[in-house]
Design a protein around this ligand. Structure first.
Ligand code: FPP
Length: 282
């Protein structure tokens, strides 16, 4: 026996877990530390993710960049730069653990009212990350889609988006949906206008929920199962208004730049405790 009785401890632990979950279920429950080093270092609740019951689609309101920067006496731009790095970490992690879709709110229709230098900084970051994505997406088998009125963006960004869309059409894997100049109400109005146009041209004759979904930016993509909002605010801020009908919502005080793999674990674990009834009795 080792100094701390490791062998007995492990044997007892395993038999307790098998008793609790049954052999198959327990063996299917993989530790998050299989996927992330920071998860391994962050305590026992990492064990609780059930990898047989992952949300297929996670969406995030990346809030708290400005407050994070203020806390360390840095300009807001530093908060956005840190937030963009967090996006990279979270996207890599979601892909690694088997999430199919990650949708992030990078810039809302309302964000254009921010000081021009802040808007320019967010656009610069988008430009930087899109160039990087273009280099790697084929190798990583990661595709991207853009939700929002991208016509209003700079010619350079629009060109990058066109190239990204073209490349994405060839890719089948994990998908990032980047919401840029996006607003949920704006998306609904755009959908209504496009539908009206189709009716004028004699196309569809009956409007159903399913048919109308195809007029959204999210056409063909399952609705988000889990929407995460860091930063402590308890509102949806015009995000995915059509798609969120039955999404599970997860709010946390953590600021977005402080988010990491472990925070995603926490949100997923909380999601797995919810009973999703979709309005039915279960
Ligand atoms: C909200 O925090 C965040 C934004 C409006 C911008 C988010 C943009 C990025 C993370 C960078 C670009 C994105 C990518 C994916 C490359 P806030 O500024 O409102 O924070 P506050 O509430 O603390 O002021």
């Amino acid at each position: 026996m080792g100094v701390f009785g490791t062998k007995n401890f492990m044997r007892d632990y395993l038999s307790r877990q098998i008793k609790k979950f049954g052999r198959v279920k327990f063996l299917q429950k993989r530790s998050a530390s299989d996927f992330s080093e920071s998860s391994a270092a962050n305590g026992p609740s990492a064990e609780e993710i059930d990898f047989t019951n992952l949300p297929r689609h996670i969406a995030v309101i990346m809030d708290g960049n400005g407050r994070w920067a203020k806390r360390i006496s840095m300009p807001r731009a530093a908060g956005h730069a840190a937030g963009a790095e967090t996006f990279r970490t979270v996207a890599n992690y979601c892909k690694k653990i088997g999430i199919d879709y990650l949708t992030v709110y990078a810039f809302s229709t309302e964000n254009s009212k921010r000081p021009p230098e802040e808007v320019a900084e967010i656009m610069r970051l988008l430009d930087k990350y899109l160039r990087e994505a273009l280099e790697k997406m084929e190798k990583d088998q990661t595709r991207m889609k853009f939700f929002g009125d991208t016509d209003a963006l700079s010619a350079e960004l629009r060109e990058l988006i066109t190239k990204t869309n073209k490349l994405s059409a060839e890719i089948k894997g994990f998908q990032v949906n980047m919401c840029v100049n996006y607003g949920g109400r704006d998306e609904l109005v755009r959908a209504a206008k496009r539908y009206a146009e189709d009716v004028k041209n004699g196309l569809p004759n009956e409007l159903s929920e399913n048919a109308f979904s195809d007029y959204m930016y999210s056409e063909g993509i399952p609705d988000p199962d889990l929407i995460i909002r860091p930063g402590g605010e308890l509102r949806m801020s015009n995000f995915l208004l059509w798609q969120l009908a039955y999404s599970e919502l997860y709010f946390t005080e953590k600021l977005w730049p402080d988010f990491d793999e472990r925070e995603i674990d926490r949100a997923v674990i909380e999601y797995q405790k919810r009973s999703r009834r979709f309005g039915e009795v279960k």
